[in-house]
Design a protein around this ligand. Structure first.
Ligand SMILES: [Zn+2]
Length: 253
């Protein structure tokens, strides 16, 4: 009986390892699960349906924002994986749950429903600006590319406000989202209301309130304190202390 149990444990473990390896192989090779791929500058776009030309314009705008980051590398090629019929986004979802999109290694994966003409991605009734989402996920690729896997999330212990806040700060550069004083006012206003965890912008898209706060913290460090991103990452100051500093700055405006 004991031998039989051991045999089954070995079989189940082997099956689990094999499936995990298969999942990794599929996720690292989108060509296996897409019908078509199209090259554009440093991008390889994987898709099943004919490409909407508006996507190229969105990629151009996202690249412009990302190119202002100290982590940007114009020679790093990025795969853009669309959610248009391939099972690839659902495989990616299995590795980390549902999301508007995900950026890892050199892959930007759209997982919500994209509206290319309307410049948005929808998930659970909420809309994220598509250009800003592309830039956000591209920054995660550059974070890993520049810092290496051991000094990047999830392996490195980096607070979310520094990791996600930077991707948000780089990607949210439209006129109505650029000014730190106005942004802080918007957050404080939203926190007074029943906001269901979501902040809405004038274009009908929005951001999770938590990510919005992360972005303000990074914006304060980079624009007011004039820190480099590596200095923000190396800083020992906890989130609450930086928030207090930001509030002191805001009160003087
Ligand atoms: Zn992110």
């Amino acid at each position: 009986m004991k031998k039989l149990i051991q045999k089954w444990i070995i079989r189940l473990t082997a099956t689990f390892v094999l499936m995990a390896v298969l999942l990794v192989v599929i996720v690292l090779n989108p060509a296996l699960t897409y019908a078509s791929k199209t090259r554009h500058n440093n991008f390889t776009i994987f898709h099943n349906q004919p490409l909407d030309p508006a996507l190229i314009l969105h990629l151009r705008q996202a690249t412009q924002w990302v190119s202002n980051s100290e982590y940007y590398d114009p020679h790093w090629n990025i795969d853009i994986c669309l959610n248009d019929g391939s099972r690839y986004p659902s495989f990616v979802e299995k590795t980390g749950g549902p999301a508007f999109g995900r950026g890892f290694y050199n892959k930007v994966v759209l997982m919500g429903a994209a509206d290319y003409k309307g410049n948005s991605v929808m998930l659970n009734g909420y809309r994220w600006n598509l250009q800003q989402l592309l830039a956000h996920e591209m920054i995660h690729c550059f974070q890993l590319h520049q810092r290496g896997v051991w000094k990047s999330k999830p392996l490195a212990s980096i607070p979310d406000w520094k990791w996600e806040g930077y991707a948000e700060w780089v990607s949210r550069r439209t006129v109505d989202q650029a000014d730190l004083r106005q942004n802080t006012e918007r957050l404080l206003q939203a926190e007074k209301t029943a906001h269901d965890g979501w902040i809405q912008f004038s274009d009908g898209t929005g951001s999770p309130v938590l990510y919005y706060k992360y972005r303000l913290l990074v914006q304060y460090c980079m624009e007011i304190r004039k820190m480099k991103y590596d200095e923000v990452l190396d800083s020992e100051a906890p989130q609450e202390v930086v928030w207090e500093q930001l509030m002191n700055w805001f009160d003087k405006q």
